[in-house]
Write a protein that binds this ligand. Structure first.
Ligand SMILES: Cc1ncc(COP(=O)(O)O)c(C=O)c1O
Length: 386
């Protein structure tokens, strides 16, 4: 087999996207201009949300939602340890305490039954240390893991019963649908992210969507150094941040949004090529899609090895043969700063830990060819059968 160059991920950009950036830099307006407004409108049009607020990362978007939901010091928020750390960090920025619950072993999404148990008996589920024992349960922050929506009807029902706010972390799920409804519109706030491995990219960037006008206005003020409508450049009604997206990024994103469905279809095709080849390899499990996921928005392609295959050794063998791979996710509760702050231990969230040990993201993007998928799968098959 001749060696093929394979990358872990790749943006799916056209000359039109590049031209959109050049158009911006030929004008003097490089921030807070027409393209930011266009980018936001594209999100309202695509998702049906009333308001969209663009920011310079998904993490910034989550942080603004936490502020807008009034989550503060000592508050508890139910969330998942099987995620990218930003979903938890957004809570820590405001000194709120994440209350982790374990996940569905198939999808990796937060398990609503466990969310219900925790919501009804929060004291029993506090971390060993680091939580304010007099805190109040304020919200649920589910994550649409790997581009598949969490079971949001069940989560919203629990939220309603207990009077909780819901922030949907859809950073990995732009364009996914749940029972026909757009990911990101399923809670009170939804957040998308555009790092270069995402479905669309702005280099760095994020968008929040919501139907709550007051919250949208507040978040617009916070992203712009706390300037409320009517404030001058040096007046700051609120303590805010610089979370503004720049015009180059917004133009690049707006250009990709015009062909989002085509971008997602290409990723669907690549996932289907993988599925067809990998489902025949013993010891390799391919992603499970729930019936309520009416459209998967493929973010990464994560396989799981059965117990007989050592994931870390397999990852090394694949890397040695020029196939980039990445363990997905290393559980949040076992990250050193979380162990130090909250006293988490191995065994606290066994399903998260199990998936964290067995999961491996393969090279994936919308610009991958069938030959490249073949190449990756052939090498994987050889290594598994050795
Ligand atoms: C689930 C999840 N939440 C939040 C983020 C944060 O997005 P960003 O990297 O744009 O800050 C990401 C993306 O990396 C993510 O995958």
């Amino acid at each position: 087999m001749t060696q093929m160059k394979i990358s872990m991920s790749a943006p799916d950009l056209t000359d039109e996207d590049r031209q959109a950036v050049i158009n911006v830099i030929n004008t003097p307006v490089l921030s807070m201009g027409k393209y930011t407004a266009d980018f936001e409108k594209a999100f309202c049009d695509y998702t049906g949300a009333k308001y969209a607020v663009s920011v310079n990362s998904g993490t910034a978007g989550l942080h603004l939602c936490v502020r807008a939901a009034g989550i503060g010091a000592g508050d508890f928020v139910i969330t998942t340890p099987f995620s990218f750390v930003a979903s938890t960090n957004a809570l820590l920025f405001e000194n709120a305490t994440p209350i982790f619950v374990d996940i569905d072993p198939q999808t990796g999404n937060i398990d609503p039954e466990l969310v219900a148990d925790v919501a009804g008996n929060i004291e029993k589920f506090l971390p060993r240390k680091g939580a304010n024992i007099d805190g109040n349960l304020k919200a649920i922050l589910p994550v649409d893991v790997f581009g598949q929506p969490a079971d949001m009807d069940a989560i919203n029902a629990i939220a309603k019963e207990h009077g909780l706010r819901v922030i949907e972390d859809s950073c990995e799920a732009l364009g996914a649908t749940y029972k026909g409804k757009q990911a990101g519109t399923l809670g009170e706030f939804g957040v998308f992210a555009f790092y270069p491995n995402k479905q669309i990219t702005t280099g760095e960037g994020g968008v929040i969507i919501t139907d709550d006008e007051r919250a949208a206005n507040f978040m617009r003020a916070l992203r712009n150094q706390g300037r409320a409508p009517g404030d001058t450049w040096l007046q700051h009604t609120h303590m805010g941040y610089n979370y503004r997206i720049d015009e180059m990024s917004a133009a690049m994103g707006a250009s990709q949004m015009t062909r989002l469905d085509a971008i997602l279809s290409k990723r669907e095709q690549v996932a289907a090529w993988y599925e067809a080849r990998l489902s025949e390899i013993p010891g390799v499990e391919t992603p499970v899609i729930e019936p309520f996921t009416t459209r998967m928005s493929w973010f990464v392609y994560v396989i799981r090895f059965d117990q007989k295959i050592n994931r870390d050794e397999m990852a090394k063998k694949l890397e040695a043969r020029g196939i980039p791979v990445r363990p997905y996710f290393l559980p949040i509760h076992l990250q050193p700063y979380m162990v130090e702050k909250f006293g988490y231990q191995e065994g606290d969230f066994p399903i998260t830990e199990d998936l964290g040990k067995r999961g491996l993201a393969l090279p994936f993007s919308g610009v991958m060819t069938e030959e490249q998928v073949d190449y990756v799968c052939n090498i994987l098959r050889e290594e598994v059968l050795k």
